[in-house]
Design a protein around this ligand. Sequence first.
Ligand SMILES: NC(=O)c1ccc[n+]([C@@H]2O[C@H](COP(=O)([O-])OP(=O)(O)OC[C@H]3O[C@@H](n4cnc5c(N)ncnc54)[C@H](O)[C@@H]3O)[C@@H](O)[C@H]2O)c1
Length: 322
Amino acid sequence: MSTPWQSATPLRVAIVGVGNVGATFAYALLLTGLASEIVLIDKNHAKAEGEAMDLNHAIPFSHPTRVWAGDFADCVGSAVIVLAAGALQRPGEKRLDLAARNAAIWQDIVPKVVLHNPNAVLLVATNPVDVLTYATLKLSGLPPQRVIGSGTILDTARFRYLLSEHFHVDARSVHGFIIGEHGDSEVPVWSLANIAGMKLRDFCAARQMEYDSQAMEEIFRKTRDAAYHIIQRKGATYYAVAAGIMRLTEAILRNQNTVLSVSSLVQDFYGISEVCLSLPTVVNCGGIAEVLRIQLDASEIDLLRRSADVLTRAIAALNLSP
Ligand SMILES: NC(=O)c1ccc[n+]([C@@H]2O[C@H](COP(=O)([O-])OP(=O)(O)OC[C@H]3O[C@@H](n4cnc5c(N)ncnc54)[C@H](O)[C@@H]3O)[C@@H](O)[C@H]2O)c1
């Protein structure tokens, strides 16, 4: 029999794969106090145990939270399940090169996750994230609203940060999106990028500064290629993506209706269908509330279609059986 103080439902988040990305996300989640329970699941159980022990020792400095190394059965009751298991890019390797390796892991873990919890929102972080978001959808049989890839949430953050450096304003005051693949074919939406509602050219005119097209191209190149440069230097990227998944988790747990560039099933958008890629999306406690049908200019539409084609081919190569 439960005592009155045990009757409230704990807010559980499960993380499958507690390597660089999963463990950094767990740390961010603990520090925010957003979840009351964090379960760490990894095929290397000792690693999950070590991470749980280390995180538990941060509780006196943060928030009372139950953190433990569990197994797939512990996914039960989780509001959000983050999937961050699998291989990461080696220096010089493209994200799409990971598809076959990580899809094999997906065939193993997704059925186990949904067996124990068919009600959670699944957040996919593992690369190639758009392909694996689609694979998650097919392997889980969940409604598309509850399968979200971190997609270009990270690329959009990189883009906003680099623009903020160039224009000397807070990155949070720079609005813009990277859409399409989280990868080499991603697309910057220059036509909608703005500061204080002013398009970047108008912002420059108002500030009496020159709009530097070459600098803008360089900003996009640095955005798109950031992972290669970081992996070359430190072997992996994890702080910014973990912060992005944290923001996504917060939007879900707190039902915030936040607009984020995340990957989900796209149907009938400028002729693009049956592929997962990123577009500005309203996220709340149900997962995807709405994929926003933004207006793009002709060159952006063309680039987005090409990005969708790249992903469609990568998905077809996996021969996913539902
Ligand atoms: N979406 C993004 O923006 C983004 C950014 C950075 C990294 N990533 C991707 O995230 C993934 C993880 O990267 P990382 O640096 O954390 O890698 P990592 O090697 O540090 O961690 C992966 C973890 O997955 C575990 N694992 C492997 N197979 C498993 C299975 N079948 N069941 C349970 N656990 C399993 C491993 O034991 C390991 O602990 C990679 O695919 C990487 O490319 C995505």
